[in-house]
Design a protein around this ligand. Structure first.
Ligand code: A3P
Length: 346
């Protein structure tokens, strides 16, 4: 699923992309965040180094009705969902044993389900990816908010799996992830600095944020088109994995058969894609699937409620408030997350 043919981009395509990028780079609001440059593009914070890829994706991607797209904010369970989607979709053509012992042994989930903006459109200046003959259903991922997806996706019948995670754990995961970069090894973490980044998170400054707008755009689309979007919570997957896997397989039009149920295939997939099992693979201890991030940093703790170990009460409250504004107004609330005052998650 990850490989694709390419063709050389035409001079006109390259010039148009370059011109648009130059103009945006000069005119869009800009911020530094954990040492990285971001531009506020179409209302979301886009890492500057992928802005060109995003424009190329928006301009050139042609969706097919059978496409399946995983959408998420970073640090909300993307890696986990990639492994689950890949396994559920390929379980008939490749045995679970092979997926576990060969595929996952040599490939990180980000290599198996590639991202439009980080992988597929990253060399657009030289090559235009040709995705037309990838096996169907094609499986992709993106962190881009719904309203900024290419029109060809919005107007197609392609299906979207969206995963979200409570803002407290999302923040803490983001915090540790950013401090793990080599480029940030001299950053001295402190409560003051964490407070500053909590405030930034709450005002929307995070990769592909604001947090609430990202979630809301996909939520609204889900309300209008429940057959097109499957809306998942990280916490729900943790608490009721079997029910969630069945839901996922149904949504992907490859439900578990009675025979598979009897053979405990659902349980087996949960095990193969579990945090512990993936974390222990050599490729996830030593490899590097995407630029600047070592695979091991995609597997930190994989728990619900780890925010308790890092956040002060006031930070937790501020982050929880993100659920009170426009998300609440739109009728969104987490099913599996309880605000800190009401005593934890379960
Ligand atoms: P923590 O930092 O809280 O441990 P993303 O993949 O969107 O970047 O999200 C990363 C988060 O998902 C990290 O959370 C990571 O540990 C967790 N994660 C990765 N693989 C997982 C798995 N198989 N099951 C559960 N959580 C997983």
């Amino acid at each position: 699923m990850s490989s694709s043919k390419t063709r050389k981009s035409t001079d006109v395509e390259q010039l148009e992309l370059e011109a648009k990028f130059k103009e945006l780079e000069l005119t869009l609001p800009k911020q530094l965040w954990f040492g990285f440059s971001f531009h506020n593009y179409q209302g979301f914070w886009c890492p500057t180094f992928i802005l060109k890829n995003v424009i190329a994706f928006q301009t050139h991607f042609e969706a097919q009705d059978t496409d399946i797209i995983l959408a998420s904010l970073p640090k909300t369970g993307t890696t986990w969902l990639k492994s689950l989607l890949y396994t559920i979709l390929n379980r008939k053509s490749t045995s679970l044993h092979t997926i576990s012992q060969q595929v996952f042994q040599t490939k990180n989930p980000h290599e198996l389900v590639t991202s439009f903006e980080f992988n597929i459109y990253k060399n657009f200046n030289e090559t235009q990816p040709d995705l037309s003959d990838l096996p169907s259903p094609r499986l992709f991922s993106t962190h881009i908010p719904f309203l900024s997806l290419p029109d060809s996706i919005k107007s197609s019948k392609s299906r979207i799996v969206y995963v979200c995670r409570n803002p407290l754990d999302t923040f803490v995961s983001t915090w540790h992830f950013n401090l793990s970069f080599d480029t940030n090894k001299d950053m001295k973490s402190s409560t003051e600095m964490m407070e500053e980044y909590v405030d930034k998170f709450c005002t929307g400054l995070l990769r592909f944020g604001p947090y609430d707008s990202h979630l809301l755009e996909y939520w609204k689309e889900y309300l209008q088109n429940p057959d097109r979007i499957l809306f998942l919570e990280y916490e729900g997957l943790k608490k009721e994995p079997k029910a969630h896997l069945r839901k996922l397989a149904d949504f992907l039009s490859c439900p578990f058969s009675e025979e598979e149920e009897n053979e405990n295939v659902v349980e087996e997939i949960i095990k193969i894609c579990s945090f512990q099992s993936l974390k222990e693979k050599d490729v996830n201890k030593n490899g590097k699937a995407v630029p600047i991030v070592e695979n091991k940093h995609f597997f930190r703790k994989g728990e619900v409620g780890d925010w308790n170990n890092d956040l002060t009460a006031s930070m937790a409250k501020k982050l929880d408030q993100l659920l009170q504004g426009k998300l609440k107004e739109a009728g969104f609330s987490f099913t599996y997350y309880q605000p800190p005052e009401f005593g934890g998650y379960y």
